[in-house]
Design a protein around this ligand. Structure first.
Ligand SMILES: [Zn+2]
Length: 354
């Protein structure tokens, strides 16, 4: 009978134990170990095909997941996948990007719009650019066109003891943010501010009064981006995402960062003509610094007298979901604006209490 290697090992271990009495204690663990090793070998030999398949699958998985497609920057600045890129001289490998802080800088609407469609020699940008008008020009135009805007100031309802009753269904209080998109049945009529600038016609008179009051105090405000069509809102949002992706961000990173500074299409107050971006002739940029200017402070404090609130205040980013925007003013009517401004709350918080 043929003696297997396993038996041979076992026998020599036992022989060793008999001869060396001092080492006898080691023989038992050595026998167990040898049994374990031989069993394992037998097991793997019996299931060789199965294990080979598992090993192969694992190898393929490792190879595929560690192989990523590098991005190239094409001549026109767009990031393209290498497979789509023409490998010629104006295509270069995108830098391996750990995102630098300056790339994370928030882009304003102007950043992404102003360099497009600019009409040479005109003070007004083209259709997709940012259209700005100084208060003086707006007031002049509104004066000339006496029919602009509704002349009916809607009173907010009051109860028997004279307290104001706010109603969530009041058009002035419509809440749009990342959680609340514009109601499907929401309707409004556009009125002209000046040139191609439009907003809800019901707020034109109050806007005019506010611009006039600021002018009387020696300020020259600038109105930009009042009403935006949904298409335009898409353009602003899309361009921001593209710009961030060109800086090496993933789509999700770019989307998240974009939605911090511009409302996702379908939820912007600019789309319902109730929001205006206002700056002044000394500080035209849509940047945080506007909040420190005399005009920025005046608007934040006095806008409520004309029905406007600073919609995205500093320190309320968690509530509004939007970064501090000292230039973005929203019409809510004088009564609500007064309550919101005096209490230092946001429209979201005001809504909670209704
Ligand atoms: Zn705005």
């Amino acid at each position: 009978m043929k003696i297997t290697i396993e038996e041979r090992v076992r026998k020599s271990l036992l022989r060793f134990g008999r001869k060396n009495k001092i080492c006898r204690i080691l023989v038992m663990p050595a026998l167990v170990l040898s049994m374990f090793v031989f069993h394992t070998i037998r097991y793997f030999r019996g299931n060789f095909k199965r294990f080979a398949m598992v090993a192969m699958t694992f190898c393929l998985f490792v190879v595929y997941s560690s192989f990523s497609f590098p991005l190239f920057i094409a001549g026109d600045g767009r990031a393209v996948e290498w497979s789509k890129a023409e490998l010629d001289s104006d295509v270069e490998l995108a830098p391996e990007s750990a995102l630098r802080p300056e790339d994370m800088e928030l882009l304003s609407d102007e950043d992404v719009l102003s360099d497009y469609d600019f009409v040479e020699g005109e003070t007004v940008h083209g259709m997709d650019g940012v259209i700005k008008y100084e208060a003086e020009d707006i007031l002049e135009a509104l004066e000339a066109n006496g029919s602009a805007g509704s002349t009916v100031t809607e009173e907010t309802a009051r109860n028997e003891s004279g307290e104001i009753i706010f109603d969530k269904n009041d058009w002035r209080l419509v809440l749009t943010n990342k959680q609340h998109s514009i109601p499907e049945d929401y309707t409004f009529t556009l009125g002209t501010i000046h040139g191609s600038q439009m907003c809800d016609e019901r707020i034109v008179d109050d806007l005019k009064a506010m611009l006039q009051a600021a002018k009387d105090e020696g300020m020259n405000l600038i109105v930009q981006s009042p009403y935006r069509t949904p298409e335009r809102q898409e353009i602003v949002f899309g361009r921001k995402i593209a710009r961030y992706m060109n800086r090496g961000m993933s789509y999700m990173e770019a989307y998240q960062l974009s939605s911090r500074v511009v409302n996702i299409p379908g939820s912007s107050e600019h789309e319902i003509g109730l929001a205006l971006d206002i700056t002044c002739d000394n500080y035209e940029d849509l940047t945080e610094g506007f909040g420190d200017t005399m005009e920025g402070k005046w608007l934040a404090q006095n806008g409520c007298k004309y029905g406007f609130i600073l919609r995205y205040p500093k320190g309320k980013e968690d509530v509004t979901g939007i970064d501090y925007e000292p230039w973005h003013f929203r019409y809510v009517g004088v009564d609500a604006a007064t309550v919101i401004t005096e209490r230092g709350i946001t429209l979201e918080e005001f809504w909670e209490e209704l």
